[in-house]
Ligand binder design. Structure first.
Ligand SMILES: [Zn+2]
Length: 265
């Protein structure tokens, strides 16, 4: 097994009590924050999901790089190298497009599990927000259950914001948001949580995950392994096909043909 698949299996074991059986395959690095902090928020179901969200392991610090300087809002946007390269390509592709050029920014990119805990529970209001975990989970992944931890996902925002604030579905009606829906798959990005998704997560036209334009693209096989279960059970829209060098598809197409490895759940 590769290092990557081992780590994926490690996270699957979290929710299903499989960790002991997979101890030899799991990474030495423990998940952070410790499972106890996550258990205080909620207990995953028998399918390993917590409030509908699938479990993910955070990327190692040396796996993520800072994307184009100035792209991240407030803090630098960090992503997996291969995803970052395509994001730069996407931003170049937006140049010259009225209403889009120079306006796409990174609201949030790679987030550690510890950071996700803070985002999910709102420091300072932690008790209140975490008591509303079920409600909160409609729009935010609990720590350990967010695509952002993988380094392959990001939230786009628009600057200046105009009438549409960050992480609001109204982005889909802006020139920049429309351009993303039409063109992001050309750069390897697909929309994780489309409208009416069966996963039960709110429609997030600002949240995109990278899986590469084709399985042959460097890093794409790894990213698709990380998101194998999500892509199989809850297809993105627009989504990217799994075949080599196939064009991106829009609409709710059928699930990609993925062979799930033992322990993926
Ligand atoms: Zn997001």
């Amino acid at each position: 097994m590769t290092k990557v698949s081992n780590r994926v299996i490690g996270i699957a074991g979290w929710g299903l009590g499989l960790a002991p059986a997979l101890a030899l395959a799991a990474p030495a690095r423990p998940p952070t924050p410790p499972p106890a902090a996550i258990a205080a928020i909620g207990v995953p179901g028998v399918d390993g999901r917590l409030f509908g969200h699938l479990p993910y392991v955070e990327a190692l610090p040396d796996e993520v790089v800072v994307v184009a300087p100035g792209f991240g809002i407030g803090v630098p946007c960090r992503m997996q190298r291969d995803a970052a390269a395509d994001l730069v390509r996407l931003l170049d592709g937006a140049k010259g497009v009225p209403g889009v050029a120079g306006r796409l920014k990174g609201v949030s990119c790679y987030r550690t599990v510890a950071h996700q805990l803070a985002v999910f529970c709102h420091p300072g209001r932690r008790g209140i927000a975490c008591r509303d975990a079920v409600l909160r989970a409609h729009s935010v992944g609990p720590p350990g259950f967010s695509e952002h931890a993988t380094g392959y996902a990001l939230d786009f925002g628009i600057r200046p914001t105009g009438a549409c604030r960050d992480v609001d579905p109204c982005i889909a009606d802006t020139p920049a948001g429309k351009w993303l829906l039409d063109h992001a798959p050309e750069y390897g990005f697909e929309l994780s949580f489309p409208e009416g998704n069966a996963q039960g997560v709110t429609w997030e036209p600002w949240h995109w995950r990278w899986v590469g334009t084709s399985i042959d693209e460097p890093g794409a096989a790894r990213a698709r392994l990380v998101f194998a279960r999500a892509r199989s059970q809850f297809p993105a829209s627009p989504m990217i096909s799994d075949g080599p060098a196939q064009a991106a598809q829009s609409g709710r197409a059928g699930p990609p043909a993925i062979v799930l490895l033992p322990g993926m759940y």
